[in-house]
Ligand binder design. Structure first.
Ligand SMILES: Cc1cc2nc3c(=O)[nH]c(=O)nc-3n(C[C@H](O)[C@H](O)[C@H](O)COP(=O)(O)O)c2cc1C
Length: 185
């Protein structure tokens, strides 16, 4: 069902960035989607571009100002090519940028340029997730048609428990399939 679909995966700088790896394995290697990843600069402090490139078999875009090998304005070409965007994990920072029209890196610029469905999978400390400004930003994005999968309850990186873990990979994959099916219906 995902075979041949063009999925742009945004990876941002949260502790759950490593879980983008099993998501890549499921989407790209198991279900044969064409996954093109964009990593924020801060995501690269948590996991490497090499890992994601190896799991998607595609170059990973990190810098919107890098010199292209062939003439191509990458944020526009990816924005047009995508059947769907998924950002997993999605930081409070990227939610805030998208909700406020800030496009200051490759990921936020490309999302702003797309008409494809965008699925955001927040993961953060539970108190960040319930911060009223983060909640307002999410509500604003939902009102503009962005899709969300709430984080799960569980043990968080600081050692306590709460709602902030990246949602289950199976749920993310299932939601992607549903969104793509409803686009084609
Ligand atoms: C160890 C560590 C873990 C972090 N985990 C998260 C997280 O899970 N979620 C989040 O929203 N921010 C987290 N942050 C804060 C982000 O890294 C910070 O907001 C950063 O600016 C995000 O950059 P990006 O959104 O461009 O990727 C963490 C920071 C550190 C140092």
């Amino acid at each position: 069902m995902l075979e041949g679909k063009n999925i742009v995966l945004g990876i941002t700088g949260g502790i759950a960035a490593w879980r983008a790896c099993p998501l890549c394995i499921e989407l790209s290697l198991v279900r044969k989607a064409n996954v093109e990843a964009i990593m924020t600069e801060n995501a690269q402090k948590f996991i490497t571009e090499l890992t994601i490139r190896s799991l998607t078999h595609n170059p990973v875009v990190c810098d919107q100002f890098e010199r292209p090998t062939a003439w191509d304005v990458k944020h526009i070409s990816l924005a047009r090519k995508a059947d769907l965007f998924v950002v997993a994990p999605c930081t409070a920072d990227v939610i805030g940028k998208l909700a406020n029209g800030i496009a200051d890196d490759m990921l936020t610029t490309t999302i702003m340029a797309t008409r494809a469905p965008v699925l955001l999978c927040p993961a953060m400390n539970d108190q960040m997730f319930t911060n009223p400004i983060v909640e307002e930003n999410m509500a604003r994005l939902k009102a503009h048609g962005y899709h969300f999968i709430d984080p799960a309850e569980g043990v968080l990186a600081y050692g306590g428990t709460g709602k902030g873990k990246l949602a289950d990979i199976d749920l993310i994959v299932e939601t992607i399939e549903q969104l793509l099916a409803s686009e084609n219906a």
